[in-house]
Ligand binder design. Structure first.
Ligand code: C2O
Ligand code: CU
Ligand code: CU
Length: 464
């Protein structure tokens, strides 16, 4: 993409000459971005909030004037945002009206195995299931999504995902942008057929050339000339994003997957593989009203997928928010008692995925972790052209090393998902909360890969 200065002094990519499937996908920046609805509790008690989500086929207007069949939570694409408070439990009742089995996993949530929505713990069609989320962890941008083994890839693709924002008192006292200036940005990609339907083909990375933000194709977002907190969630099945502003200007990263950084990081780019989250603050008061700034994907190799979203800066407003120099100290890195290695590979011919040479087997426990342990894991992508990443349920981790050197500046906080470019490796320190025991999974979060076997199970064992 070429960059060119417009009359107003803003920089916008030139997006002429793009090819679009079937003419149903509009030109970039022709539809407004929407913010997913917030889910209200159906009831609240002294220490818990109860929510209800119904998973069912629905119609969504993703492309203007076109009704697209989707799978939705409470009829919306993506699902509604849950805003939970640390220290209060959330009890979410999921009703399955999909006509197929489902599970719902709270990605990033520290929960008991029976509430984890693991791949084999299915909720049968026509039934409901209550998941209990203790929410005894720090404020973070989490997300909930389908995890039914072999179905999760298509289910998530068709819409079964939503943001779960956990707030806490410490964060609230910092004065960060909040309320309508705290906005979830759910990134996905899709392939549309001539009829406006979502086309799902396993491993169809190259065909999914329409970038969706909160369920709209490359929308524009009218912002006030002030600071915004944007909660970026990569909910795409396979696509990696590297968020950049078309002006080349820096923004501040304030959080990784599992919560606030010790201090804001000023950066011009922010890579996110599927499942990863990052909260950023962009200060639009730097720009004259009328300026248009595009959030671009620096990893894009195709002009159609280069632009993500356009910010249209409108009027100036009073901004009482701030980004303090100190956000939240990270918990001390605990020494590891065990070292493990995980080698991810995909057979390019069959599309089968493996970890340490084995495909997922629901009857097999791959290893056992002592309750409350800290361990060092080395993870290697053995493919030379295929991108992978790695996600572990329950535990958060820190990235110690990438390719034998320091981690990326943008991954120096608490994480639960880490990217693994072809041939790449990372070392991470995984830290288990002694409150939880039982069986959980770990997997590549390129969901088309985990569906094809790139997943394993582990057990957290030990007595009180
Ligand atoms: Cu985002 Cu095992 O999941
Ligand atoms: Cu998870
Ligand atoms: Cu993978």
């Amino acid at each position: 993409t070429m960059l060119r200065l417009s009359a107003g002094g803003a920089v916008a990519p030139v997006l002429a000459g793009r090819r679009r499937a079937a003419g149903v996908v509009p030109a970039a920046f022709s539809v407004p971005m929407t913010v997913p609805a917030e889910l209200r509790p159906v009831r609240s008690t002294r220490d818990a909030d109860h929510y209800r989500l119904v998973a069912a086929p629905a119609w969504a207007e993703i492309l203007p004037g076109v009704r697209t069949p989707v799978l939705a939570y409470n009829g919306t694409f993506p699902g509604p945002t849950i805003r939970a408070r640390a220290g209060r439990r959330a009890v979410v009742e999921y009703v399955n009206r999909l006509g197929e089995p489902t599970t719902v996993h709270l990605h990033g949530g520290e929960v008991w195995p029976e509430d984890d929505g693991g791949p084999m713990d299915l909720v049968a069609p026509g039934t409901a299931r209550r998941y209990r989320y203790p929410d005894r962890q720090r404020a973070a941008t989490l997300w909930y999504h389908d995890h039914a083994h072999h179905l999760e890839s298509e289910h998530v693709y068709r819409g079964l995902a939503g943001t779960y924002v956990l707030h806490d008192r410490h964060e609230a006292a910092l004065g960060l942008p909040s309320g309508r200036y705290d906005v979830p940005i759910v990134l996905k990609d899709a392939r549309f057929g001539a009829d406006g339907g979502l086309v799902y083909l396993p491993g169809d990375f190259g065909g999914r050339t329409t970038i969706l933000v909160n369920g709209r194709p490359q929308p524009y977002f009218r912002v006030a000339a002030r600071k915004y907190r944007l909660r970026l969630l990569n909910a795409a099945n396979m696509r990696f994003f590297n968020a950049r502003l078309s002006t080349g200007d820096a923004f501040q990263q304030i959080a990784t997957d599992r919560g606030l950084l010790p201090a804001p990081l000023t950066t011009t780019e922010l890579p996110l593989s599927p499942g990863e989250r990052a909260d950023i603050v962009v200060d639009f008061s730097r720009y004259e009203p009328g300026t248009r700034i595009v959030l671009r994907n620096g990893f894009s190799t195709h002009p159609a997928t280069d632009a993500i979203l356009r910010f249209d800066v409108c009027g100036r407003v009073r901004d009482g928010s701030r980004v303090p120099e100190r956000l939240a100290a990270l918990p001390a890195l605990r020494p590891a008692t065990v070292t493990r290695e995980f080698r991810l590979s995909m057979d390019e011919r069959t599309g089968m995925g493996f970890i340490n040479g084995r495909a997922f087997d629901a009857a097999r426990i791959d290893f056992t972790v002592a309750r409350g342990a800290a361990e060092t894991w080395r993870i290697v992508n053995d493919n030379q052209v295929i991108e992978h990443n790695f996600h572990v349920h329950l535990a958060g981790f820190r990235v110690l090393e990438r390719n034998g050197g320091p981690p990326l500046p943008t991954e120096r906080g608490l994480k639960d998902t880490v990217m693994l470019p072809p041939g790449g490796s990372v070392r991470i320190r995984v830290s288990f909360d002694p409150r939880y025991r039982g069986d959980y999974v770990y997997h590549c979060h390129v969901i088309d890969h985990s569906s094809m076997g790139m997943m394993g199970r582990f057990r957290v064992a030990g007595h009180r």
